[in-house]
Design a protein around this ligand. Structure first.
Ligand SMILES: [Zn+2]
Length: 386
């Protein structure tokens, strides 16, 4: 029996289009039609009146570690991923990549098994696979990652994880021994190699770029700064258009002027907004916790290492991230909305099914308050889950 829902009285914002007073017909988990203002709507028994709220393609967060006190690496807690997925859904996220930290191989394997178990139900936001952030990073650019667990790039370790759960992305430092070969091995297997936690010069990046590396982990954070005699990874991000740059859009990790610069100078189709959220997101100030053996404290909405004060990640909700970008850049929502899901979908090979509100696409839709961007409803595979 076919299952239909009509989302009425909605402002549909999808890459390239902003349709006020529109309606979206969802049928059997897919978008069957989008009706413009004035176009006749079919009569459907099940309707959702959005009351003028905004419908955007469900967010896809490709870099996030945790929420609500749980972390992807809580291998001994079988409910950790489900708790995180529920929190992500509350942000309007319909898909995400649980992201591991630089921890022991055994701990990464435990996390992978937990994600694989959650994927059997995909009860809340869908875990598309995992993002391994490390352990193959530059020990001098750890940020809040624990240098004790840093290892040299080794595809065998990634393949061991991939036997348990799809590995979609690996953040590593390309200047490490074997970096370019590692990038090529990832590309060959449909895994996105990403340059991150890196001290590379532009020359050190290029062999990996030539091997197919096209992604930058949290652009500007924990990578070589722009200098006029060595433009570093920040310079590379501005020089090379087709690098898909992750942006933590909490206005803390990148100041508002840097966000404006990135959105003014980089092609929109190669920007991806992320949260890099930690277990302290969705929790109040004063919450303290350990991350890869390092102590972190949440104060004034910022998560910093107790020792040294490095930023450890964010507490950001991705719906608020989109609002931050809209307010900071002043760019039209129909343009920036591609940075919150479709760009990610394309890079993950899912650009024909996820990331747009258009006929034939999976009905993954977030309904946001038109002023606050608070989440009012979320549809996953056409089913209303919030
Ligand atoms: Zn991270």
């Amino acid at each position: 029996m076919k299952k239909e829902t009509l989302i009425e009285n909605v402002r549909t914002v999808t890459p390239g289009e902003d349709l006020r007073k529109s309606a979206i017909l969802v049928r059997n988990g897919k978008i069957a039609a989008v009706y413009r203002a004035g176009e006749p709507r079919p009569s459907v028994a099940d309707t959702y009146d959005a009351r003028g709220a905004i419908a955007v393609p469900g967010f896809i967060d490709v870099h996030m570690h945790g929420a609500c006190g749980c972390d992807t690496c809580d291998g001994d807690d079988p409910r950790a991923i489900e708790t995180i997925a529920k929190a992500k859904l509350e942000e309007g996220c319909t898909s995400f990549l649980p992201t591991t930290l630089t921890v022991s191989h055994e701990d990464i394997m435990k996390a992978a098994r937990n994600v694989a178990r959650y994927r059997k139900t995909q009860k809340y936001a869908k875990a598309l696979g995992v993002h391994l952030e490390g352990p193959f990073i530059n020990p001098a650019c750890c940020g809040a990652q624990n240098p004790a667990h840093v290892r040299k790039p080794d595809i065998r370790e990634v393949l061991a994880v991939a036997k348990v759960v799809p590995v979609k992305m690996v953040s590593f430092a390309p200047e490490q021994e074997g970096g370019a070969k590692f990038a090529a091995e990832c590309v060959k297997r449909g895994i996105v190699p990403s340059c991150g936690h890196t001290g590379a010069t532009l020359a050190q990046l290029m062999p990996a770029y030539e091997a197919g590396l096209r992604h930058f982990t949290h652009f500007c954070n924990q990578m070589t700064k722009l200098h006029h005699r060595e433009i570093g990874m920040v310079g590379a991000g501005f020089l090379i258009d087709d690098l898909n740059t992750e942006i933590i859009c909490d206005r803390i990790h990148l100041c508002p002027d840097m966000l404006r610069l990135v959105f003014a100078k980089r092609p929109l189709e190669h920007i991806q907004i992320i949260t890099d959220s930690l277990r302290c997101s969705h929790l109040p100030d004063g919450y303290a916790f350990e991350m890869g053996g390092l102590k972190v404290m949440l104060k004034d909405g910022e998560a910093r290492l107790v020792e040294g004060g490095n930023l450890a990640g964010s507490t950001l909700w991705i719906n608020k991230g989109l609002k931050n970008i809209a307010e900071t850049t002043g760019l039209p929502l129909k343009d920036i909305v591609r940075t919150s899901s479709w760009n990610q979908a394309i890079e993950l090979g899912l650009g024909r099914t996820l990331g747009r509100i258009a006929k034939g696409y999976t009905a993954d839709i977030a309904i946001l308050d038109r002023k606050t961007f608070d989440v009012k409803a979320v549809f996953v595979d056409g089913e209303r889950r919030i």
